[in-house]
Design a protein around this ligand. Structure first.
Ligand SMILES: Nc1ncnc2c1ncn2[C@@H]1O[C@H](COP(=O)(O)OP(=O)(O)OP(=O)(O)O)[C@@H](O)[C@H]1O
Ligand SMILES: [Mg+2]
Length: 329
């Protein structure tokens, strides 16, 4: 395994506030790790510490084998960072900013020109290259920030909400770009868009109040969601009274009648402990010669898992199992 980021017991206090509370994880080459979590969870603070912009209160961070605390310059040479917001020099143009950062990164002459041309094409900022940054729209500022982050083709990318403010086409392109670049890099990104996790992340960490509350592949996280393996069964014929038979099956926790439609009767059958019951339901239907119109086990949803593991969003209601929710699941 090729570990590019290694974080141990990382903690950050701001006065009496503990923004990051003893988190540990590693990121391998080829991984795209998504940070999820409510506002104020500590995602940006963690990213700022990885990139050396904030000093940890305690704990250690290694990037590409270099300690961020004791050898920040070597670590930073291997990191491209897109900070949250768009903190760019307002009176510079994207062209001059790119040249400035390329020079800091040690590029000169034709190498510099070619590399700038390449990233400009990748993030589509050709049309605004000679316009001052302060006059750019939010999405274009984001694109310029991304161009700067990837300019020296670093092994580690830390992208704080990379698609925030981008239009749908550009969101799609940036996700494609992240996927393309991910093969040879370790990429950490934060996002509030859960579909982005499916689109680009090989793994996600959910952070809540400075601690890691879930860590796994998108499908492993889904498997922890309350409705994972809930079976939706649709049987031909209106008003079929099949609940008692379904409820009598082993490992069935509850059976909910869903709204009838098209002359069919539908049920949501929830297993105990998310176990797989689709085979048992199918056998029961066959034995009783029910005419099955649909039989599908729900994968579970990331938004559901997110709500289950993050408690800081005190305004949100407790998760309930309602038939209507399951229909749309
Ligand atoms: N420089 C600072 N001084 C004091 N408190 C800070 C500072 N920076 C961040 N915080 C606090 O630390 C906590 C974590 O903030 P952080 O920006 O890491 O959250 P986040 O997970 O990135 O949230 P969001 O989803 O809103 O971007 C918040 O309570 C925030 O107010
Ligand atoms: Mg943030």
């Amino acid at each position: 395994m090729d570990t590019l980021i290694e974080i141990q017991n990382l903690t950050k206090h701001f006065g009496s506030l503990t923004a990051v509370n003893g988190i540990s994880f590693t990121v391998q080459r080829g991984e795209v790790l998504g940070f999820l979590g409510p506002n104020g969870a500590g995602k940006s603070t963690t990213m700022k510490m990885i990139t050396g912009f904030l000093t940890p209160t305690s704990g250690s961070i290694q990037v590409a084998g270099h300690s961020v605390q004791s050898d920040a310059i070597s670590a930073q040479e291997n990191i491209g960072y897109l900070p949250e917001g768009a903190p760019l020099y307002p009176d510079m143009t994207p062209a001059s900013l790119l040249r400035f950062v390329a020079a800091i990164r040690g590029m000169t002459g034709a190498t510099m020109r070619e590399r700038i041309e390449q990233v400009v094409a990748q993030v589509h900022v050709e049309s605004v290259l000679h316009q001052s940054v302060e006059t750019l729209s939010k999405g274009y500022k984001r694109r310029v920030g991304l161009a700067l982050a990837i300019l020296n083709d670093p092994e580690v990318l830390v992208l704080d909400e990379p698609t925030d403010g981008l239009d749908p086409n550009q969101k799609h392109e940036v996700r494609e770009l992240i996927r393309e670049m991910s093969q040879n890099k370790a990429i950490v990104l934060s996002t509030h868009i859960l579909e982005e996790v499916d689109a680009v992340c090989t793994r996600a960490i959910v952070i809540d109040r400075g601690t890691i509350v879930a860590d796994g592949t998108p499908s492993a996280l889904r498997a922890r969601a309350e409705h994972h393996n809930v079976v939706h069964l649709t049987v031909r014929g209106s008003d079929r009274p099949l609940e008692a038979d379904l409820r009598a099956l082993a490992n069935v926790a509850s059976v909910d009648r869903l709204a009838d439609s098209n002359g069919n009767t539908a049920f949501a059958i929830k297993p105990i402990n998310r176990v797989d019951i689709v085979g048992a339901v199918s056998d029961l239907a066959r034995t009783n010669q029910w005419e099955i119109e649909g039989l599908v086990a729900q994968p579970g949803r990331l938004d559901e898992l997110f709500r289950e593991v993050t408690a800081s969003d005190v305004g949100s209601p407790p998760l309930e199992t309602t038939a209507s929710e399951q229909v749309t699941a």
